[in-house]
Design a protein around this ligand. Structure first.
Ligand SMILES: NC(=O)c1ccc[n+]([C@@H]2O[C@H](COP(=O)([O-])OP(=O)(O)OC[C@H]3O[C@@H](n4cnc5c(N)ncnc54)[C@H](O)[C@@H]3O)[C@@H](O)[C@H]2O)c1
Length: 472
């Protein structure tokens, strides 16, 4: 493991909680790029997955399922001031872990805001409390209690995470390519005004994963390229999106929130059954799932321009996820099973034969119409770049590495989201693992090229209305 840039020196120990697809993929990158001996990296899994990989890298592994009752005692025995907790688990509350890290005095990062097991699908909770909006609200409230506290980076994988940095890079690209003179904005207000002045109405996190294996999905099996538990949970949550000020009407079954910043809405249906029109350069036009994600809410919130106490500008933002084809089949079967998860689950890794994860941000409504900026990482390139990864996990762990380096360099930033970090520093660390980075303009709109077999109602005057995007 020589010849790799050491991005930061870390004096404490790193505890990786969760050694599934993300945790396993992260371990080799940590050892390569942090100046940190392997004796100071330890792993905890809720099951035995990842134990062999940890052992092969000379790392201590413990099987230790955490619960609300045992997590504080078990982690206090294993973490000290100056350490780093990397949360790559499912079913362990991010907010509880962040609070504990503030108490102990250690750094923290996760890739999504997880609640304790079962909260995503708890029938007794009203839909608005099972949203990512609610989860994020709790994390933002916690952040207010620890200004300048030990750095905790919230929701910093590929998406949520990296895509927020892609948005900033895309804004700079569009300004350059449309002759809009601007310096790189310094803070939230400047970034929000830049997005407004460029005329952007909507941002899609547009992802098409084409990874494929000849070992096809079997009946009763859910197959994906990352956590099946994670995808099932977020797919079962209400569909949700950041809601722009240009939108004329709420979709059928949509509600606004009764608490918090008010930058988002949710639909009375799960994301796994909700589809939206979007576009990526390699795929072209496609239907993606309107899966709820933290970045949809944080983007719309961050890029809000306030005037006289009212939001005068805010973009619409949502995820438009076309997972790999076997995951599409899995979702179809899941829907038919009335959203009861299949008895068997498989994360595709070594068996993948071919395919690319094309993950980027699609900025819509500016002078050149549509601009997609993001990563195209093939499975072949992912394997050349790092062991124990597929294309999807490598995009995630590159972002975790970038977030960790930033946290080590900024240890007293408190509890932050991607938007509050230095986008260029994170990208600098992550880019070598993202394959081809592409920035592509297009004349795509959600109403262009539709085969008008039926008298569909479209808003042709304003193609960027969400009513044109949602598949009815
Ligand atoms: N932001 C992103 O781009 C992105 C992408 C992929 C995954 N994720 C998130 O990253 C997390 C991990 O994803 P993954 O694909 O590695 O998941 P995975 O299902 O492959 O692995 C989950 C890990 O969590 C552990 N775990 C489960 N319950 C536990 C408990 N009670 N105590 C301790 N450990 C427990 C499991 O043993 C396993 O090691 C998930 O929250 C997922 O949503 C984020």
């Amino acid at each position: 493991m020589t010849g790799h840039i050491r991005h930061a020196t870390f004096e404490g120990s790193v505890l990786v909680l969760g050694t599934g697809s993300v945790g396993q993929g992260l371990l080799p990158l940590l050892l390569r790029h942090l100046d940190l001996p392997s004796e100071r990296v330890r792993c905890i899994g809720g099951d035995g997955r990842g134990a062999e990989i940890a052992a092969s890298l000379g790392l201590k592994f413990e099987k230790l399922p955490l619960t609300q009752a045992n997590y504080a005692a078990l982690l206090k025995e294993r973490l000290a001031a100056g350490d780093f907790l990397v949360n790559a688990s499912v079913d362990v509350s991010s907010v509880s872990l962040m609070e504990l890290c503030q108490e102990i005095g250690c750094l923290y990062i996760d890739t999504c805001i997880e609640p304790w097991k079962g909260a995503y699908t708890d029938h007794s909770l009203p839909a608005e409390r099972r949203t990512n909006y609610a989860m994020r609200h709790t994390a933002r409230e916690l952040a207010k209690r620890y200004p300048g506290g030990h750095t905790a980076v919230v929701a910093h994988g590929a998406n949520p995470g990296l895509v927020s940095h892609f948005i900033k890079q895309a804004l700079i690209d569009i300004a350059r390519d449309t002759g809009f003179k601007t310096d790189v904005p310094k803070g939230r207000d400047g970034w929000a005004r830049l997005m407004q002045e460029l005329g952007i109405r909507a941002v899609h996190v547009a992802e098409r994963d084409t990874q494929y294996s000849a070992r096809i999905k079997q009946r009763g099996e859910f197959v994906n390229t990352w956590s099946v538990d994670g995808f099932y949970s977020e797919g079962a949550q209400p569909a949700e999106l950041g809601w722009g000020t240009h939108e004329k009407a709420l979709p059928a079954g949509a509600s606004t929130f009764t608490f918090g910043a008010g930058a988002a809405i949710y639909l009375d249906q799960p994301g796994a059954l909700s589809r939206v029109r979007s576009w990526t350069p390699l795929e072209g036009s496609y239907h993606g799932f309107l899966i709820t994600h933290n970045e949809a809410i944080s983007t719309s919130d961050y890029y809000t321009v306030m005037e006289n106490g009212e939001a005068s500008y805010r973009p619409t933002c949502h995820y438009a996820y076309h997972p790999c084809d076997d995951a599409i089949l899995s979702l179809h079967e899941l829907a038919g099973r009335n959203l009861h998860l299949q008895p068997r689950q498989r994360i595709m890794m070594d068996e993948i034969d071919t395919g690319v994860d094309e993950l980027g941000v699609l900025l819509l409504g500016h002078a050149r119409g549509a601009y997609w900026y993001g990563s195209r990482l093939s499975i072949q390139d992912a394997r050349k770049l790092a062991p124990h990864n597929n294309a999807t996990s490598l995009q995630v762990v590159a972002a975790v590495l970038g977030g960790m380096v930033w946290a080590i360099e900024n240890p007293k930033a408190g509890i932050v989201e991607a938007e509050q970090m230095d986008y260029d520093r994170v990208l600098e660390v992550a880019l070598p693992y993202l394959g081809e980075m592409a920035g592509v303009y297009s004349d795509w709109t959600p109403i262009k090229g539709r085969n008008q077999l039926y008298a569909e109602a479209v808003d042709a005057e304003d193609p960027w209305q969400f009513s044109n995007v949602l598949v009815k």
